[in-house]
Ligand binder design. Sequence first.
Ligand code: WQD
Length: 333
Amino acid sequence: MRIAVTGGAGYIGSHTCVELLGAGHEILILDNFANAERDVPDQIAAIAGQGVEVAEVDLVDKPALARALEGFCPEAAVHFAGLKAVGEAVEKPLDYYRVNVAGSLNLLDEMTRIGCERLVFSSSATVYGAPEQVPIPESHPLAPTNPYGQTKMMVERIIEDLGRARPDFSAVSLRYFNPVGAHPSGRIGEAPRGVPNNLMPFIADVAAGMRPEMKVHGNDWDTPDGTGIRDYIHVMDLAAAHLAAIEVTGEGPGVQAINVGSGRGHSVMEMIRAFEAASGRPVPYTVSDRRPGDIATSLADPTLAASRLNWRATRDLATMCADAWNWRSGRSG
Ligand code: WQD
């Protein structure tokens, strides 16, 4: 199929493009490269052994978006493009509503206009907010605690309403837990601009000697070792979930949200130890105060992904760390 991938030069998007190409799909990457290296499409092509079409487009530029889509005539779309830093969203909420919500509205408008009615949307477990129960099922109330999570919940709701209005529309919103790792080739991976917000890229920077130490945000959480527990998943497992979701959108109309996590958790200290083992490098740390809005434990209930997508996370923590280190150690700086 012809599949338009917005944000396809980004971290999750690039790995998903590799999976889609490997499954024989033809893709068009739509990206404004605001948070993606310009050589990523070439790296994707080198891994997949085939070229990819690229349109440098910002989803808030609706005429440019329309031209790119009309030229490619996609049969489906995978929508990653958006801003995703929680702290930045608190400081600049209007940017997040403009890019994540208005940009998604433009995409849905143009898809509807050209008759492209199959969508996989990049959502996030952040829509759950502070969980009332763990593991978290898809039926858990949505209560995002920051503007980034609000935008993800709003776009999920917009997609649901579009599904009620358009009898042939089919969509899956994937609620990611904590994606980490990189393609084993070391050609693509997570390349955050500036100071990494997330744990794994920060640990990798410390192991690479780029940062002297990391801060463990609290060791007095209600967890076995006192540090935060999260449901980490290898980005290649996450990419495979998108391929499965695209197939499901071809089975008939309807909209559903599905967790993408393993159901297994690891603490910050376990991540540090695992990364030291994988890299052979020390990861010095000091314990700091908790981050505002942080939670002790977040784990997915992966039952629906297994039953509806026939998908499970397959790669273990050692592989996540080894692939993350292979990527990070191959980069300069
Ligand atoms: C993981 C654990 C921290 C950094 C975020 C977003 C979420 C999603 C995934 C987009 C926590 C601890 C972290 C550090 C630390 N992104 N930590 N020192 O907070 O679960 O989720 O990323 O969809 O929206 O909220 O991930 O990697 O930031 O933190 O101790 O320098 O590592 O306290 O326990 P999080 P994270």
